[in-house]
Ligand binder design. Structure first.
Ligand SMILES: NC(=O)c1ccc[n+]([C@@H]2O[C@H](COP(=O)([O-])OP(=O)(O)OC[C@H]3O[C@@H](n4cnc5c(N)ncnc54)[C@H](O)[C@@H]3O)[C@@H](O)[C@H]2O)c1
Length: 344
């Protein structure tokens, strides 16, 4: 039996990870910890979890694996602490606030008997897995140009600490855009980014009395990005046009990834692929992908299988670090008004 402890008992822990891990007979959630002890007690009671730990360290000592669902600032120090104690780590996305912290997590994992998973759950969606298998079968050939949009119309999270730069490291990009950056680069072959040119905005969220569908927030204290555009270059002359937003004046929310290759092109949401051969152009729409498991179940199953040594972790720490490097370079490019090269 793998004993699991939850650090940070907020929305994603209670809405996703606790109910999901409870479906597996090979694991048991034995401990919870939250800096707000009343929250931890209430979650322990609600989900019938036996122990409320007095500290993150005490929890780590008492379990085999931890799920880290705190604000982003604590992802790296808690992951490193757990890995140093040879515990397995499931850390929510983004991997960390900075690429330097990501590297510390990678080093800690190398020296640990524990494994490190980062919660880029879009990879476990049926469309993502189907596209990955089509791409790996050679359907689009070599990827050339990638277009990514992860757009929300006027949906700044009005709860939690999502607009707090110190705790989160940024706004729409690090919180939401990171998912599609990860998915698009993984689908295209775990691309290594080399240069970024970007602009960031928070004009709409700084306006007085902003129209917002996801609760109220204070424009005065809004200190993060709500809209980002970027041009990203990768090794082997692959490039990406990227846009993400929490608050844009667009007609509707949209998640879009399209990858144009030398043999064909693929759209992920909604799935279709484009080909040109024998004097003809065709587009095939994928109407149905067979699967009987949800993405959250598949993600947890992959983590548990990797602990048991029967599965390969689908999200590799180095890939999650590439995402953090792109995010960091986007912020730096916007701040300095110049293109930013990405090193190791
Ligand atoms: N994969 C996804 O789609 C997804 C969705 C939502 C959130 N997340 C990620 O999960 C994390 C948490 O988000 P959330 O929506 O649950 O936030 P939340 O604000 O609802 O919950 C965070 C909890 O962590 C607690 N906390 C804060 N600092 C702590 C610390 N140092 N030690 C222990 N507990 C601490 C808070 O008291 C709170 O209960 C974030 O990193 C976020 O990016 C991922």
């Amino acid at each position: 039996m793998i004993r699991i402890g939850i650090i940070g008992c907020g929305g994603i822990a209670t809405g996703r990870h606790i109910p999901t891990f409870k479906q597996f007979e090979t694991v048991k959630i034995t401990h919870v910890f939250d800096i707000n002890v009343e929250v931890a007690k209430s979650v322990s009671k609600q989900f019938d979890i036996p122990y409320v730990s007095e500290s993150a360290e005490a929890l780590i000592d008492a379990v085999d694996a931890v799920v880290i669902t705190t604000p982003n600032k604590f992802h790296a120090p808690l992951s490193v602490l757990a890995l140093e104690k040879n515990k397995h780590v499931f850390c929510e996305k983004p991997m960390a606030k900075t690429s330097e912290e990501c590297q510390q997590m990678i080093e800690a994992e190398k020296n640990s008997k524990g494994i490190l998973h980062i919660g880029y759950h879009y990879r476990f969606m049926k469309e993502a897995m189907a596209c990955k298998s089509l791409i790996e079968s050679g359907k689009i050939g070599k990827p050339l140009v990638i277009r990514v949009q992860s757009m929300r119309r006027r949906k700044v999270p009005g709860w939690g600490v999502f607009t707090n730069k110190d705790l989160q490291g940024g706004g729409a990009l690090i919180d939401y855009g990171c998912h599609l950056l990860d998915l698009a680069t993984w689908l295209s072959g775990s691309l290594k980014p080399i240069e970024v040119s970007a602009s960031t905005y928070n004009v709409l969220s700084k306006q007085q009395a902003p129209v917002n569908e996801w609760g109220a927030f204070d424009p005065e204290s809004f200190e993060v990005d709500d809209h980002v555009s970027a041009f990203i270059r990768f090794e082997n002359n692959i490039s990406m046009l990227f846009e993400t937003s929490w608050a844009a004046n667009v007609e509707s929310d949209c998640e879009h990834i399209s990858i144009s290759g030398d043999l064909g092109g693929i759209d992920v949401f909604k799935m279709r692929y484009n080909e040109a051969s024998n004097g003809m152009m065709s587009t095939t729409q994928i109407d149905y992908v067979q699967t009987d498991k949800t993405f959250e179940y598949l993600q947890a199953e992959n983590f548990i299988g990797a602990i048991q040594g029967v599965s390969h972790l689908k999200v590799q720490p180095q890939e999650a670090k590439y995402v953090s490097q792109m995010i960091e370079a986007i912020y730096e490019s916007a701040r300095t008004n110049q293109a930013i090269k990405i090193g190791e």
